[in-house]
Design a protein around this ligand. Structure first.
Ligand code: NAD
Length: 514
């Protein structure tokens, strides 16, 4: 099958600009059309990271066919053996961590400490799910009848179509791939077009770890030409998507007619609540890293800070001072850089659009507000860390996801008002409170309708052995990571075994009743 496709260069992580193909049925192959697209470093667009296959429905068709064919063999492999392949993959990730992080900084722009964290999340998830090869616990329950045994077991679902965003280029693909694989599903993944190299690198690690051909397939290209045919393909049984709420809605609609398993992780507008008894040094530090870490391009970014009026003035002064002192720069060119560029020019323009909206809405600009395009910034998509104060919670800057380095500070008079403001948006991913009062912490923890909550820490930072995901327009009731991820990629089978050797009365009664 793949012999009909053009061959693609398969040089590894850290290589000079090269071309990278799709990975279909264990072979690296170019798009059927022969077309490619460029991926450039967002901190220095003269740096061509690589050319990637610009695929279309024909490539998706081939990848899904390979995954479908591999499924019976892969699901028949004992789960501990599947887990062992993941263990090997985790070991390779550990060895290559630095190289993979540097590739990621080059294609995505996050500074190195952050891309090391991204690769580490992939390592953690791969080890965690490798362990599930020996767990995947089901249930046994006592039967109503004598000499009867009953249990439930997990079954894989089939071919998983995975669609991922650019802001966590290796962590998020691993959060989806590893649980899918250890449960016995096969995979077709479509990475975001801004960060395909990190998924190429992850797939190469799995290949090296000994994953049989066809079990993981990767198709690069755009949402319309690759994502859409993948999610609506009749032989794709699960779609797991992370991205914007707008695209997530389309995924949900595409999955509905065939009743596909559909797992959605979408946008956020997260809040840090700073109470009048908070340690302001901690709260300011949390707002800086929660707001400007990953250039504000995290689903869990603290894009709102609700501050008690008693400490408001002092907080905003200290927060603005820290934001102005942040070192913006390219993560590879400038090892001291603390905040990288926006992912692309369109995203920077979105940031600029919201800065204008914030000014027009009457918010007070406390820091930043301008693009950075001179000197060392001339070739990248940089923007200043930006803070608006005196923000009304109904303003667009306080309700819409900007996904850039813009934080709205909202004055509040009480914990109740902070919680009301916090819950007033359409999203429900993450929230946090800074307080010394245990009662306030517990009340906020109970009343914030979010999937994740922090006390005296910013809204960011998750561990793989707790569920990850959001409420309202952030998610559709599923969770990533931990054992909850197993629910997305498996189905339950209940099994009744009668070893009495004769008809049992209660069972007959049930049958009659039906
Ligand atoms: P996006 O929705 O634009 O794209 C996500 C993926 O969907 C990409 O691979 C894209 O190519 C694909 N896609 C786009 N249009 C499609 C279509 N019509 N059909 C099928 N696939 C399509 O999101 P993005 O800009 O890559 O990422 C940013 C968004 O992701 C933000 O909203 C952020 O909050 C969200 N996000 C959420 C989480 C979470 O866990 N909740 C984590 C990270 C990012």
């Amino acid at each position: 099958m793949s012999a009909t496709l053009p061959k693609a260069d398969t040089r590894g992580a850290g290589a000079q600009p090269t071309s990278y193909g799709n990975y279909i049925d264990g072979a690296w192959v170019g798009a059927a059309s022969g077309r490619t697209f460029e991926n450039r470093n967002p901190a220095d667009t003269s740096d061509l990271v690589g050319r990637f296959a610009e695929s279309g429905p024909e490539d998706v068709e081939r990848a899904v066919a390979a995954a479908r064919e591999a499924f019976p063999r892969w699901r028949a492999l004992p789960a501990p053996r599947r887990g062992e392949i993941l263990y090997r993959a985790a070991e390779i990730l550990v060895r290559r961590k630095e190289e993979l992080a540097r590739d990621m900084t080059r294609e995505m722009g996050k500074v190195l400490p952050e891309t090391r964290g991204d690769v580490q999340e992939a390592i953690d998830m791969t080890y965690y799910m490798a362990g599930e090869g020996r767990r995947q616990f089901g249930q046994t329950t006592p039967s109503e009848l004598s000499n009867k045994f009953q249990m439930s077991v997990r079954m894989p679902v089939g071919v998983a179509g995975l669609i991922t965003p650019w802001n966590f280029p290796m962590a998020i693909p691993s959060w989806k791939m590893m649980p899918a694989l250890v449960l016995g599903n096969t995979v077709v993944i479509k990475p975001a077009s801004d960060t395909p190299l990190s998924v190429v690198n992850l797939v190469k690690v799995l290949e090296e770890a000994g994953l049989p051909k066809g079990v993981v397939n990767m198709v690069t290209g755009g949402g319309t030409h690759v994502g859409a045919p993948l999610m609506s393909h009749r032989d794709v049984h699960i779609v797991s998507f992370t991205g914007s709420t707008g695209v997530g809605r389309k995924v949900s609609e595409a999955c509905a007619p065939a009743f596909k398993h559909c797992h959605l992780e979408m946008g956020g507008k997260n809040v840090i609540m700073v109470m009048d008894d908070a340690r302001l040094d901690l709260a300011v530090d949390g707002a800086v890293w929660g707001g400007f870490g990953t250039t504000g391009q995290r689903c869990t970014a603290a894009s709102r800070v609700a501050v008690h009026t008693k400490v408001y003035r002092e907080f905003v002064e200290r927060f603005a001072e820290r934001a102005k002192a942040l070192k913006v720069g390219g993560g590879l060119a400038d090892p001291g850089a603390e905040m990288g560029p926006c992912i692309n020019e369109a995203q920077r323009q979105t940031v600029e659009k919201y800065v204008k909206i914030g000014r027009d809405e009457g918010a007070t600009l406390l820091a930043g507000g301008r693009r950075l395009d001179q000197g060392p910034y001339a070739k990248g998509w940089f923007h200043e860390p930006t803070i608006f104060g005196d923000v009304d919670p109904r303003m667009r800057i306080a309700t819409e996801e900007i996904f850039g380095p813009v934080v709205s500070v909202i004055p509040v008079d009480s914990l109740d008002e902070a919680i009301e403001v916090g819950n007033s948006v359409e999203y429900g991913l993450s929230a946090s409170i800074y307080t010394q009062d245990v009662s306030s912490a517990f009340r906020a923890m109970r009343d914030m309708y979010t999937g994740i909550f922090y006390v005296n820490a910013p809204t960011i930072g998750a561990e793989t052995h707790l569920p990850f995901g959001g409420t309202k327009n952030t998610g559709n009731g599923h969770r990533e990571a931990c054992v909850q991820a197993l629910e997305v990629f498996s189905e339950w089978k209940s099994i009744y075994i009668d070893y009495s050797g004769h008809l049992q009365r209660a069972q007959i009664d049930t049958e009659v009743g039906e």
